[in-house]
Design a protein. Sequence first.
Length: 117
Amino acid sequence: MKTIRALAAIAVVLPTLAFAQANTPGIDQHQANQERRIDQGVASGSLTQREANRLERGQQRVDNMENRAKADGVVTRQERARLHQAQEVQSDRIYRQKHDRQHDYNHDGRKDRPRQR
């Protein structure tokens, strides 16, 4: 009887431990922040729709990397480092695209031309 209870307890605890190892709140928060930065760039006009679409695809690639890392139930230190590096690359891309000279302030789907002086 004690053996059955012990096995039942282990059966309940092991999946919980595996899920805890695959939990990545820091990575998820960073992803959410970057999504917010892209949305803000579109709303302000500092990102064109084409730039935003390209950045969204990059975010999707990082999300796919995270899903592959979580697939076995454990995200290793090396996998976390790769995810962090991929997020930093995406963060730099978002910054560069938001601060280049391509804008869509009137939100018509075309780049605005620079003002002629």
